[in-house]
Design a protein around this ligand. Structure first.
Ligand SMILES: C[S@@+](CC[C@H](N)C(=O)[O-])C[C@H]1O[C@@H](n2cnc3c(N)ncnc32)[C@H](O)[C@@H]1O
Length: 228
């Protein structure tokens, strides 16, 4: 019987699959939580203007053409603590704890914030952090401090799943927090980027760096963010 993935890499406590999450997900057991950031289906809207014309955005225009409800339904069916960025583009249940990324350096033509749906029984929360430049060769890499904060919001233990791994921010946050992670990414070059980032984290002697507490200076853009 053939595998539902094209490649599998185990790096430290992270297991990464190159493949389509709808094919790989049914083969994965024992998921403790989900932290993910699926395509929002905005590719067509971003075709024009200076933003869409940027070289580093070309990949984005290909993979962000659709936002499929079946992805979200499959994640919700797992019934584990979950954070889904861009969930305002999908149908999700009523929720108490939406998370907001307040883009403190947003210009008027950009969104001031992004929203994540959660099934956590906590008050809604906001994270202040600037939008950075395109990093790691992926057009929509999320800020690492933002995902470290999400991981802290999720709490608990167990394996964290990201079925839309992109450049691997969820796995980097997990590696730094000493949590196990399973990531799935369909695009081979993004998969390579994620593997490289995670290898570098495990190669660092100080890899266990705790998540930042809310409202620290780096959230306000006063300190430079980074992987280290
Ligand atoms: C918004 S990006 C994730 C970015 C990520 N949070 C990061 O910080 O790098 C969504 C990713 O999902 C991937 N993707 C799209 N459809 C997929 C599918 N069916 N299975 C797995 N990955 C998929 C895209 O290639 C893209 O890299």
């Amino acid at each position: 019987m053939s595998n539902s993935w094209k490649r599998k890499e185990v790096i430290g406590d992270c297991t990464l699959y190159l493949g389509d999450c709808m094919e790989v997900l049914p083969t994965i057991r024992s998921i403790g939580a989900v932290l993910t950031d699926p395509p929002y289906g905005l590719g067509k809207r971003m075709q024009g203007g200076t933003w869409g014309a940027k070289d580093e955005m070309s990949g984005f225009l290909e993979w962000d053409l659709e936002a499929r409800q079946e992805w979200i339904d499959a994640i919700l069916a797992l019934k584990v603590p979950t954070v889904i960025w861009g969930a305002n583009y999908f149908q999700v249940p009523a929720a108490r704890c939406w998370l907001f990324w307040n883009k403190v350096n947003a210009v008027p033509t950009m969104a001031d914030a992004e929203m994540a749906w959660t099934n956590l029984d906590k008050p809604a929360k906001r994270f202040n952090h600037p939008v950075g430049r395109v990093e790691f060769g992926h057009p929509t890499t999320k800020p690492l401090p933002l995902f470290q904060w999400c991981l802290a919001m999720l709490g608990g233990g167990g394996v964290v799943l990201d079925p839309f791994l992109g450049s691997g921010t969820t796995a980097v946050a997990c590696a730094k927090a000493g949590r196990r992670c399973v990531g799935i990414e369909k695009n081979e070059s993004y998969f390579e980027i994620a593997c490289d980032r995670i290898r570098k984290v495990y190669a660092q002697p100080d890899m266990f760096v705790s998540a930042p507490a809310p409202q620290l200076p780096q959230q306000l853009g006063l300190l430079k963010g980074g992987e280290g």
